[in-house]
Design a protein around this ligand. Structure first.
Ligand code: NAD
Ligand code: UDP
Length: 312
């Protein structure tokens, strides 16, 4: 039985990852400071004798014996990572340093949850791993984008300098049950607004694009990457099916039979105009591609938020 640390284990993706790793008969230790995560996300795991939660900020070093580390701790939505930008940056820098030192001490393998934001507002489309990106170094998204870029630098330097066993995945917009209701992310916002029949808030004219991946597919890819040999990445994980935000708003209205109107609000600063992953590398190296069609994943996510709102 492997001892696996999941930092950010009480968050949206982290909780799905813990669940999968437990099903695969591992001992899972979640480390979380509950900045955006919650006990509810992991309440169904607390009775499992192979699950532990340690309440800790990864900015502080703690020693926990382990074989593998998935570093998922970091607020991921713009409103949350901008709430305390200095802390977000520290999470990416000191947090990953602590986790890399732990991996080195325990001779553990470490996987970093990086992001499509390392490409910034990309000038190449779709984005391949060898594109260096187009990132504002001092804007309101920089605490997250530059933090995640620096974390990749530290991962690669530990690999080159100490031969640490590293893996880097770059996650593109991923959605599903247990997204935080107050995340402000487009999927949760639109679904909640549609279910409540209140106006759907499209930022800008809605012509910016995103490509949405269902959480189960993403978790499959992350685990395949962790278990791969002779490949450290970075590798893109996401669903290449791209659409405009306005098209997405209309799809949510249709799928929920909502009476919501679509309204337009200001586009936030540095909001990327286009985003679509090139997943050729993941297909070749990991034999991975997403299986969920957008409608299938959205149906599950709408059901989740419908129940969540009814039981609130
Ligand atoms: P989330 O906000 O739901 O989860 C993040 C978790 O990390 C939360 O439980 C939070 O409390 C915890 N956390 C934050 N800072 C911490 C710290 N300093 N110490 C300990 N715990 C801390 O977000 P998510 O969508 O599940 O994202 C998980 C990871 O995946 C993040 O690293 C994020 O950058 C990355 N990612 C996610 C997406 C996406 O679309 N969901 C896209 C790209 C990258
Ligand atoms: N967005 C929107 N309305 C909302 C929330 C987000 O139009 O209520 C837009 C946002 O401006 C961006 C896209 O949807 O262009 C995706 O936003 P999200 O915060 O989900 O993720 P990210 O910008 O990090 O990809």
């Amino acid at each position: 039985m492997k001892r696996i640390i999941v930092t950010g284990g009480a968050g949206f993706l982290g909780s799905h990852l813990c669940e999968r790793l437990l099903k695969e008969n591992n001992h899972v230790i979640a480390i979380d400071n509950f900045f955006t995560g919650s006990k509810e996300n992991i309440s169904h795991l607390l009775d499992n004798k192979n699950f532990e939660i340690i309440i800790n900020d990864i900015i502080e070093y703690i020693h926990v014996e382990c074989d593998e580390i998935y570093n998922f701790a970091c607020p991921a939505s713009p409103i949350h990572y901008q709430r305390n930008p200095v802390h977000t940056f520290k999470t990416s820098i000191f947090g990953i340093l602590n986790m890399l030192n732990l991996a080195r001490d325990c001779k553990a393998r470490i996987l970093q949850a990086s992001t499509s934001e390392v490409y910034g507002d990309p000038l190449e489309h779709p984005q391949k791993e060898n594109y260096w990106g187009h990132v504002n170094p001092n804007g309101i998204r920089s605490c997250y984008d530059e933090g995640k870029r620096s974390a990749e630098t530290l991962m690669m330097d530990y690999y080159r300098q100490y031969n640490t066993d590293i893996k880097i995945i770059r996650i593109f917009n991923t959605y599903g049950p247990r997204m935080n209701e107050n995340d402000g992310r487009v999927v949760s916002n639109f679904i909640i607004q549609a279910l409540q029949n209140i106006p759907i808030t499209v930022y800008g004219d809605g012509s910016q694009t995103r490509s949405f991946c269902y959480c189960d597919d993403l978790i499959d890819g992350a685990i395949k990457m962790m278990n791969s040999e002779n490949f450290i990445g970075p590798v893109n994980l996401g669903n290449p099916y791209e659409m405009t935000v306005l098209e997405f708003a209309k799809k949510i209205v249709d799928m929920t039979n909502s009476k919501s109107q679509i309204i337009f609000k200001d586009l936030p600063q540095d909001d990327p105009i286009k985003r679509q992953p090139d997943i050729t590398l993941a297909k070749e190296k990991l034999n991975w591609k997403p299986d969920y069609k957008l409608e299938e994943g959205l149906k599950k996510t709408i059901e989740y938020f419908d129940n969540y709102l009814k039981n609130k």
